[in-house]
Design a protein around this ligand. Structure first.
Ligand code: ARG
Length: 248
């Protein structure tokens, strides 16, 4: 049997190279994450298999503004805050609504998008005209979303059926197993545009206005300030509008 000896000096040299990040890219990397089944904010491109969408373009623009490289990964919705706290990535950009409860765990950037929840029903439904008509019915939501919180507060529902992904929650309505899905307005709109003749939004403003924010660790105060500066710059220089117009 042959043995190889690596001289101690080589080991020490390798150690210092690793510590200095020699060989790694020189540009710092900003790691973003989202649950990429939320078009048009984040979805997986069928050709490239990579995340794309409004939040992805916003992340890239923020990186450009800060002179940082951007990575964007697909993480299950309920794993986003735990993954952030575990430092698996640095920023959640996932159409996440700023809520008081989430603020206990993370810091949010300045709002970057306005939204509300809507009631999505089969296109031929005529009986559901508002939340009160959901009494005795099954309503679907993505688990742990503001749609879930709203449905959970509605009185007299038969059941809130919770799904890991928004498309699954909508599919359940199409399958006839639920009367409605409560979901973010622009995601509902996109679904209707991509699947004409399937579902429609019940007309009317029933639920509060929500604001999406980027979520960061509470300890990353400097990064939060930089991200807010970048957002303000993108709004001022027209790049935010450019990205907005690409998707809406
Ligand atoms: N805006 C809603 C919330 O914050 C839903 C966001 C879901 N995002 C997603 N990528 N699935 O609860």
């Amino acid at each position: 049997m042959q043995k190889f000896f690596i001289p101690g000096s080589v080991v020490v040299l390798l150690f210092f190279m690793a510590a200095l990040g020699v060989g790694a890219s020189q540009t710092p990397v900003l790691r973003f994450a989202a649950d990429c089944a939320f078009p048009p904010f984040e979805m997986i491109d069928e050709v490239t298999n990579q995340p794309v969408g409004f939040d992805v373009d916003l992340a890239l623009a923020i990186g450009e503004e800060l002179g940082m490289q951007v990575e964007f990964i697909n993480v299950a919705w309920d794993g986003l805050i735990p993954g952030l706290l575990n430092k698996n990535f640095d920023i959640i950009a996932s159409g996440m609504t700023i809520t008081e409860e989430r603020k206990l765990a993370v810091n949010f950037s300045d709002p970057y998008f306005t939204a509300t929840q809507v009631i999505l029903v089969p296109v031929n439904n005529t009986s559901i005209k508002g939340p009160e008509d959901l009494k005795g019915q099954t309503v679907t939501v993505q688990i742990g979303t503001t749609g879930d919180f709203i449905a959970s507060d509605l009185k007299g529902l038969k059941k809130v059926a919770r799904f890991n992904l928004v498309p699954e929650a909508i599919q359940e309505v199409l399958n006839g197993n639920a009367a409605a899905c409560i979901v973010d307005d622009n995601v509902a709109k996109r679904y209707m545009a991509e699947h004409p003749g399937t579902v429609k939004v019940v007309a009317g403003d029933f639920f509060p206005t929500e604001y999406y924010g980027l979520a960061l660790r509470k300890t990353d105060k400097e990064l939060l300030a930089k991200v807010n500066q970048a957002l303000a710059a993108l709004k001022a220089n027209g790049k935010y509008a450019q990205i907005y117009n690409k998707y809406f």
